[in-house]
Design a protein around this ligand. Structure first.
Ligand SMILES: Nc1ncnc2c1ncn2[C@@H]1O[C@H](COP(=O)(O)OP(=O)(O)OP(=O)(O)O)[C@@H](O)[C@H]1O
Ligand SMILES: [Mg+2]
Length: 267
């Protein structure tokens, strides 16, 4: 079993804030893994760091198909086969989607003619034809942007696909559509890491493993039943099963009358 993505003791900080605190993860080719986790637990940061986004202080190892990623930037990692679909896809005014995706495909080593063919076929598959001559993501609805991300993935055919909440903000039918697209992209040459908050997409995309990220670490891993446990009992049930402390509550702001005792502020 060849490992597509191996992550060892990955730590990442922004300024003094440590976000990833030792992530270990191993995804063989052919498998789909999901990461679920509470808001702010570090899931998007993990995706960004895997993709090589700058601005983080990083330690630990990331290997794609056995190749160390440490000194590679975003485009070099893309050429090594790792691509990320964003939780919040960016708008790029002035750059048409067809031009963007064709240039990306060519820069990843695809001949221009083959890229154009694939763009046409995948645009039909994802219902993206009418967006091809529009600026990337400009004026698209939330769901259309997510569909565009999946279309780009399908054209660029990465070996390791990192999908950050491709299902958030989607209507019920589109969740199923996106999950079907993920299943279609499953192959012995591809590994998928998908971040999600909802078990609904996992019912269709059928992950091999589900991981739970809490406070910058993978706290638990298992089969799809983990997603159902979460759905039923929330993170508090998982935390208590794992013996993890409840998240710190933000203390209530003091009332002005507690500070200025001689002035009737809160009347
Ligand atoms: N550039 C940054 N500067 C400061 N803090 C950051 C930065 N990036 C992330 N964080 C903080 O790190 C924590 C993890 O953020 P991240 O976006 O990875 O969470 P997440 O698990 O993806 O959450 P969500 O489920 O809400 O998308 C949050 O508390 C966030 O505010
Ligand atoms: Mg996120």
């Amino acid at each position: 079993m060849t490992i597509a993505l191996r992550v060892e003791n990955l730590e990442a900080s922004v300024r003094d804030l440590k976000i990833l605190k030792g992530v270990d993860l191993s995804i063989p080719f052919g498998e789909v893994h999901a990461i679920m986790g509470p808001n702010g637990s570090g899931k998007s940061t993990l995706c960004h760091v895997l993709a090589g986004k700058s601005g983080y202080e990083v330690s630990g190892k990331v290997l794609v198909n056995g190749l160390r990623m440490d000194d590679l930037d975003v485009s070099e990692r893309a050429r090594a086969g790792l691509l990320q679909a964003f939780q919040y896809p960016v708008e790029i005014p002035g750059l048409d989607l067809s031009v963007f995706v064709e240039e990306a495909a060519v820069s990843l080593g695809n001949p221009a003619e083959e890229a154009a063919h694939r763009i046409a076929a995948k645009a039909r598959r994802f219902g993206m034809e009418r967006f091809l001559d529009r600026a990337v993501n400009s004026g698209l609805s939330g769901g259309e942007k997510k569909r565009s991300e999946m279309f780009q993935m399908a054209v660029l055919e990465p070996r390791v696909m990192v999908l950050d909440e491709v299902d958030s903000g989607l209507d019920i039918d589109t969740v199923r559509e996106v999950a079907t697209a993920v299943s279609e992209m499953r192959s012995p040459d591809v590994a998928v890491l998908m971040i999600t908050h909802y078990s609904r997409i996992l019912n269709y995309a059928e992950p091999d493993r589900v991981h739970i990220m809490i406070d910058g670490r993978i706290a638990d891993s298992g089969g799809p039943e983990l997603a159902h446990e979460l759905e039923a009992g929330g993170y508090s049930a998982v935390r208590s099963r794992l013996g993890l402390a409840a998240p710190r509550k933000v203390p209530p702001a003091p009332k002005m009358s507690d500070i200025f005792t001689d002035t009737p502020f809160d009347l």
